[in-house]
Design a protein around this ligand. Sequence first.
Ligand code: ASP
Length: 605
Amino acid sequence: MAIAYNKRTGDCGTLRAGDVGKEVILAGWVNNYRDHGENLVFIDLRDRGGLTQCRFNVDTDPVATRLARTLRKEDVIAVRGEVISRGDNVNPKLPTGEIEVSVHEVDLLSKSLTPPFEVADHVEANEDLRLKYRFLDLRRGPMQRAIMTRHKVLQAFREFYYREGFLEVETPILTKSTPEGARDYLVPSRVFPGSFYALPQSPQLFKQLLMISGFDRYMQIARCFRDEDLRADRQPEFTQVDLEMAFVDVDNVLDVVERSLAYVWKAVLGVEVPVPFRRMSYDDAMRDYGSDKPDLRYGMKLIDLTEVARKSEFKVFTDTVAKGGVVKAICLPGGADMTRKESDGLTTEIQGVGAGGLPLCKVVEEGGKVVLQTGISKFFPGDTVGELVTTAGAKPGDMIFFAAGRFAEVCKYLNWLRITLADRRKMIPKDHWEFLWIVDMPAFEYSEEDKKWVFMHHPFTMPHDEDLDRLESDPGSVRAKCYDSVLNGVELGSGSIRIHRQDVQSRIFRMLGLSDEQAMAKFSHLLNALQYGAPPHGGLALGLDRMAMLLSGSTSIRDVTAFPKTQKAFCPLTECPGDVDQKQLDELGINLNAATKARRRERGA
Ligand code: ASP
């Protein structure tokens, strides 16, 4: 009689010493098999719960043992047997390590081909192969744990927001473009040939409409789509914890979001995260860290040395200052022990980031005096040494690294250097969570490429009330009621208080170069709604994938996405994007042009 695998007594991770003597039914995958001479076969049986060692003894259970000898990795089996103690052979690495199951009966439920890579915690297989066989990759311990962590994160967010009275409302996937700064994915319409839906870059306008509809507190675990060139921590489709609240200002949003993050960190990691989080203005972050998402787990703030650099004899510095640029530095504590090879290496790398070089000097004590050594030390005459050391907050044994140029360039170089030094010199404390709010960003930035002002967050963001009258005359000075949530140097999400007045929204569109007609064509649904009683509102979206990555200790968001795409937005598992029938194209009125056909042929499609 076959084993009733539908009546499993538990999973492969639950049995303990207290279960000895029980009759159990387990089912799962053959993780490992070991033939111990004539009599004994051991199989580690695996399922989502863990591993259980199964023991087959030819003397007591010849039929089961004979079958066990034919089993190979990844075969699916069910076993019935008795839990017995391992005696002195306890495996302390396994939660089930005190026991094993003495198998009386085994059924082969499904045979596996030899897997193209081992289903083990560590695999050598390249990622493309792992993605092609994602169903096997997902069986590996680290992947199972990452996906389970992601589930816990989702569950904890939902629990928190439901408890706080947020309603989860789904918004359309086939919709109209919502500008978040990326390219849209388009879906052709069959019913309206030549017209297209856009997949949402975010539910932004729908959540604003929900506020206008009176729903007051909305949340959604929302799928979003952005067609952009992918970097390591991006996917073309991703998940946001999206929320919106009516009758609120910045403080209300930050309060609920930081409490939700503390709740999730407690639920998933058991870590107490203190609230409220630190807040830093965008200007201060750029000044002190050269980044709008500074990692506060370590120091090395950027120091402005423009004044002392002006008095130096280093031409690069004096020229920069004369041109209105800045000279800033990082002081690396204990950095004077850096080898020439290391600093030369950093110089080459920072040149790759765009800097001309990496001026530096060591701070040392000589005959009771603090002096500079090596690098550009000789260009600091007399008193400037003391001024430099004091301003930089340097002590003997430290190294000072400089950057000169326009403010934005210097930020870029020193931000790179700060992160690189902290990482290479192992200055980043483990298991440390530094949450931070960046507030008061500029509303707009000037795009040299497009020769016009563009929005920093999105065009629905409310400017500071007191900056509104400079909207047209001095857009660069207008601050936005916008906030970014940052953790350990990673942006978790951003949000803003929205414009709830149609006249202000229209002014912003005009300022961004959209005529009233163009704005109406793109956003009539919002502009209309704003005229029918729109409450003040605001919200935010957090990147779920990135949080799941950090919480599971993964290094890539692909590892916390069950079925991710490659850097080229390709899915090796399903081989999409793929071809469609000519009939489907005809129905959509789509004619591939000659160039596209040629490119398809080149790909071998
Ligand atoms: N829609 C914004 C985004 O996707 C978030 C927000 O402003 O709520 O970044």
